[in-house]
Write a protein of this length. Structure first.
Ligand code: ADP
Ligand code: MG
Length: 614
């Protein structure tokens, strides 16, 4: 140890230390610059880069600008125009508020800030900082109203950081991602991005719904827009709107997931969990949903001052937010019906239609598979087997073997008027005992019989479970488990919620619980591990869907066994009955494993196959 005396750090060094947190790479600079431009009310932001931003980043806006007297302060650390008191901080509505981005960036690059805040065409001013004290010099420079930030030679004076820079292409990729996020957040602002003299993006501003959809389609791809549904819901202090990808539009990577809280893109465990839970039942194993969602909340209920880069937030009412996001998405996905924009709709038409909240009537609980003479009977006694298994797991099931199915067969199979054709149309034929071919208004519908029937059966089983309640059973030998005291305390505090899930737990010590009763359906499984997972969910999110998930798995297996197998011949009325059932069943666009149950081949798609112009 050579250092014995305490001394103040030079301004530049102090700023460089702060830069360690906020300026990781060129993309961080672009993020801070765009945020500043948006905070200044810009309606147009133009970005120019050289060499992945390492050599040059120039961000120009038409915002309100910075007055000559403020220009020096703009480059100083802990100087901001955005907040003044702790009350301001707790209700902050701007993207920035820390007052350290420009000072940090200036300490690790050659930075200049040119701005003009006058409305009457006076010339602008340019500011630059120098030396270890980062003294700011200001001189006149022409600039229209607005601000230009220029950053050259990032990390020229911090070799360790410079070493972490990747190739030009990689750095450009990171900038592109930052650019996209901001562009998605604000379709009312025009953006452009140029790299080494080449325009990569040029986005016009748009203020109406059509324009917003165009912006999303440009940034996320037309396929996403076509294969997603719009949703919007407001409840109390929370409002959520945006687009969620159809389950069949899932991705192998979690790379099309944008979640904004009050215009700020964030990554949050609670949010991710709520969304994942909403997709649980409909997504193919290992796939990731795609979404662009905007949550608007009272700034007072969310803490944005959690991390210097502000990628994280802390919700003051985490449970409320979780359940709001989950229920909104769960309903939007459950309400999807053929005709709402379809499942794997090959033509992509109508896919942009919004999901209405109350337009689709809730599915009436239906009898299981066998209304005599009405619905079709897929396999002798399959339905009965399911009922027996079910009644062992759930309390006095209130199902109805008669069924409420409409006597579809008596209907004339084909209306004269096109508008009478139901969304999935009328069956024409069956192919190799596997697919149903049907004709609807758009063209040809292909249905995977087994997959479709499996979903219908599964949804009915779940409905019965929900109608009848969980049956629990005391363990013959109560199981003792050791947990952290925090988890035990949570179990005691939330014992009512746990009982509702079918779990009766008793605390027998600070770090010990006894499992006394569990849902019958789960006996024999790894109940201890499940209880641990449930408690850790409850601690993190205030809720847990693990028990439901395990039960659903069981029901899904039952549904799979009880569903029509390949190579069974169906009559045309049976096929039509299946199509009508699909139209009424929640989540019927995917089977229990997330595979599509039907696809649409529109007349245009068919024309294309035959190279037929129209
Ligand atoms: P913060 O954004 O947290 O306030 P910054 O260091 O990013 O801190 O910016 C400091 C100040 O400089 C801001 O508070 C703002 O007043 C001003 N400023 C920065 N960029 C712009 C801009 N593009 N247009 C207008 N004012 C700006
Ligand atoms: Mg800022």
């Amino acid at each position: 140890m050579t250092q014995t005396r305490i001394h103040r750090l030079a301004t530049r060094l102090a700023n460089q230390i702060a830069a360690g947190e906020v300026v990781e790479r060129p993309a961080s600079v672009i993020k801070e610059a765009i945020e500043n431009s948006l905070d200044a009310g810009a309606s147009r932001i133009d970005i120019e880069l050289e060499s992945g931003g390492v050599q040059l980043m120039r961000v120009r806006d038409n915002g309100q600008g910075i007055s000559a007297e403020d220009l020096i302060l703009a480059l100083a650390r802990h100087a901001t125009s955005k907040i003044d008191s702790i009350d301001d901080l707790e209700a902050v509505g701007t993207l920035g508020f820390r007052g350290e981005a420009l000072a940090s960036i200036a300490s690790v690059s050659r930075l200049s800030l040119t701005s003009n805040a006058s409305e009457q065409g006076a010339a602008g001013m340019i500011a630059q900082s120098e030396g270890r004290d980062m003294t700011v010099s200001v001189s006149p420079a022409p600039h229209p109203r607005g601000t230009t930030l220029e950053v050259r030679d990032l990390f020229y004076n911090t070799p360790a950081r410079r070493k972490f820079l990747r190739t030009e292409k990689t750095e450009l990729g990171h900038i592109d991602e930052v650019f996209k996020r901001q562009a998605l957040a604000r379709s009312d602002v025009a953006f452009s991005l140029r790299h080494n003299g080449k325009t990569l993006h040029s986005l016009n501003c748009a203020d109406d719904q059509a324009g917003r959809e165009r912006r999303i389609a440009t940034v996320c791809g037309a396929a996403f827009m076509e294969q997603s549904v719009a949703l919007a819901r407001e409840a109390g202090r929370l409002s959520l709107h945006g687009w969620v990808g159809l389950p069949t539009f899932s991705r192998s990577q979690a790379d099309l997931q944008y979640f904004f809280v009050n215009g700020r893109v964030i990554r949050d465990k609670l949010v991710t969990h709520a969304i994942k839970q909403a997709y649980r039942d409909v997504l193919f194993h290992g796939r990731h949903p795609a979404y662009v969602l905007f949550l608007e909340v009272d700034p007072a209920v969310v803490d944005v001052n959690v991390h210097p880069t502000k990628h994280e937030v802390r919700f003051r009412e985490g449970r409320e937010v979780h359940s709001f996001i989950f229920s909104t998405l769960h309903r939007a996905l459950g309400d999807l019906r053929p005709g709402d924009g379809g499942a794997a709709d090959a033509s992509g038409e109508d896919a942009q239609e919004g999901v209405g909240w109350s337009t689709t009537p809730q599915q009436a609980p239906m009898g299981l598979l066998t209304p005599p003479g009405g619905h079709w009977q897929p396999e002798a006694q399959a339905g009965t087997a399911d009922l027996d298994a079910l009644s062992r797991l759930y309390k006095s099931p209130t199902f109805n073997r008669g069924g409420h199915g409409t006597p579809i067969m008596e209907q004339s199979p084909r209306g004269d008027d096109e508008s009478e054709v139901p969304p999935l149309g009328f069956a024409l034929a069956q192919l190799h005992g596997v697919f149903i071919l049907a004709e609807n208004a758009e063209g040809l519908v292909l249905v995977d019989m087994h997959a479709a029937h499996e979903r219908i059966t599964y949804e009915r089983l779940k409905q019965m479970r929900d109608d009848s309640g969980i049956r629990t059973q005391p363990l013959l030998v109560p199981q003792t488990i050791t947990l952290s005291s925090r988890e035990v305390a949570a179990a005691v505090e939330m014992s009512e919620a746990l009982i509702a899930l079918g779990l009766v737990l008793d605390a027998t010590g600070d770090e010990q619980l006894v499992i006394r009763e569990v849902p019958i359906a789960l006996i024999g499984g790894g109940i201890e591990a499940l209880v641990r997972d449930v408690l850790s969910d409850m601690l993190a999110f205030g809720t847990s869907d693990r028990i439901a998930a395990h039960e659903d798995e069981l029901l899904s297996t039952m549904a799979c066994h009880g569903s029509v197998r390949a190579n069974r011949r169906l009559t045309v009325p049976e096929m039509n009955a299946l199509l009508r059932d699909m139209e009424m069943t929640e989540r019927s666009g995917q089977c229990n494993h997330g595979r599509p149950t039907w696809v649409q081949l529109g007349m245009q798609d068919l024309d294309k196959l035959f190279l037929r112009g129209r």
